[in-house]
Design a protein around this ligand. Structure first.
Ligand SMILES: [Zn+2]
Ligand SMILES: [Zn+2]
Ligand SMILES: [Zn+2]
Length: 88
């Protein structure tokens, strides 16, 4: 696991996306680029390459530090607090 990040070290079972869509973008009919799943509450939101950056906004707003990529074939976690990533 990544050095110095207790958030990533604390992740056990990785939450996978329930649906392949951004839960916030669908409400406002916005577009997204890639999807990320919050490892604290399981919500799937859009990445920082997307116009609305819902995943990082969510992470800051409710202090949920770790996301997993929700893209098919990608297996990594990222911690916003420590700017740390790890593959699994
Ligand atoms: Zn961390
Ligand atoms: Zn979004
Ligand atoms: Zn969350």
């Amino acid at each position: 696991m990544a050095d110095g990040c207790d958030h990533l070290a604390a992740i056990g079972n990785i939450k996978r996306p329930q649906r392949r869509e951004c839960a916030e973008c669908v409400k406002v009919q916005a577009q997204w680029v890639h999807l990320r799943t919050c490892q604290s509450c399981g919500v799937t939101l859009c990445c920082d390459s997307s116009p609305n950056k819902h995943a990082s906004k969510h992470a800051r707003a409710v202090s949920h530090p770790v996301i997993a990529s929700a893209e098919p074939g990608e297996r990594w976690l990222y911690c916003f607090v420590d700017d740390a990533a790890v593959e699994y």
